[in-house]
Design a protein around this ligand. Structure first.
Ligand code: APR
Length: 248
């Protein structure tokens, strides 16, 4: 059954005009980064209030040790896995036109993907909340702690989107624009629980496009939205799918 579905999905990818990809935390699990929800999910062990804008602003000393541990000590040191690499290859061969990721780990770019919207921002940079200076995460010395602006000493905030924070307008517009013209979307490793990102596959479907989903278990999309559900690990399924598309 899986083999048959991979062949079907490959056929759709070969014939679509504007295929886009939507990824969530599941694609980075095989790079050693735990997902947020489900088995081994970060939010089972950490309180997500550390990434709520209001809480973070009022309690930097409680939030920062958790942010540092999750997003800088750990996530910042991960490498792309075969799933990220397969998607970069499909972009290069012209089969994928745009990729929208909810992930902030920059692993798609490390794998070579160029046409990308980082819907929830990135861990790569931070900015000063007073003078707005942008700082590279690799330049952080972590002393003093919590870290402060190199120029004015103001508080720093990572450039990923916190709960209670707006998605940058340009990112929203670009992502929505691609979803509106896509005739195929490949949804990989997302529970589909966090809005507004979670609505993007629905936009494609609403406009008559098809939905391929890759996940180790059913998500919010599987029952109502997915036309072809490929159950399994992102790296394994995407390598097989890429081979089928490229006849390798
Ligand atoms: N291959 C494919 N899918 C996997 C794998 C794997 N190896 N491992 C786990 N998954 C699936 C899980 O079954 C789950 O459906 O990945 C999904 C991860 O879901 P979430 O942790 O909810 O991740 P995501 O949907 O990206 O979360 C959305 O929530 O906290 C916020 O800002 C954060 O961008 C994030 C947003």
């Amino acid at each position: 059954m899986l083999d048959k579905n991979i062949q079907l999905a490959a056929q759709w990818i070969k014939t679509a005009q504007h295929t886009i990809v939507f990824t969530g935390a599941g694609i980075s699990v095989e790079s050693g980064i735990p997902p947020f929800r489900g088995e081994g999910g970060l939010w089972n062990n950490y309180n997500p209030q550390c990434v709520e804008l209001g809480y973070f602003t009022r309690n930097p000393k409680t939030s920062w040790p958790i942010l540092k541990e999750i997003f800088y000590d750990f996530m910042g040191k991960a490498h792309p896995n075969p799933a990220h690499i397969a998607l970069a290859k499909l972009e290069k061969t012209g089969h994928i036109k745009w990729l929208i990721t909810q992930n902030i780990d920059a692993l798609h770019q490390s794998a070579g993907t160029k046409n990308i919207s980082e819907y929830h921002g990135t861990i790569d940079t931070l900015h000063c909340r007073l003078c707005l200076k942008q700082i590279q995460a690799t330049d952080l010395k972590w002393k003093p702690f919590p870290p402060v602006c190199f120029d004015c000493g103001g508080p720093l905030k990572p450039d990923f989107v916190f709960f209670g924070e707006m998605i940058p307008v340009k990112t929203m517009e670009t992502s929505l624009g691609h979803a509106q013209i896509a005739d195929l979307i490949i949804v990989i490793g997302s529970t589909g629980e966090v809005m507004p990102a979670a609505m993007l596959p629905g936009v494609v479907k609403h406009n008559g496009g098809r939905v391929i989903e890759i996940n180790i278990e059913p998500s919010n999309y599987t029952e109502n939205l997915s036309d072809c559900f490929l159950k399994g690990k992102a790296s394994e399924i995407l390598q097989r799918l890429t081979n089928a598309v490229l006849n390798e």
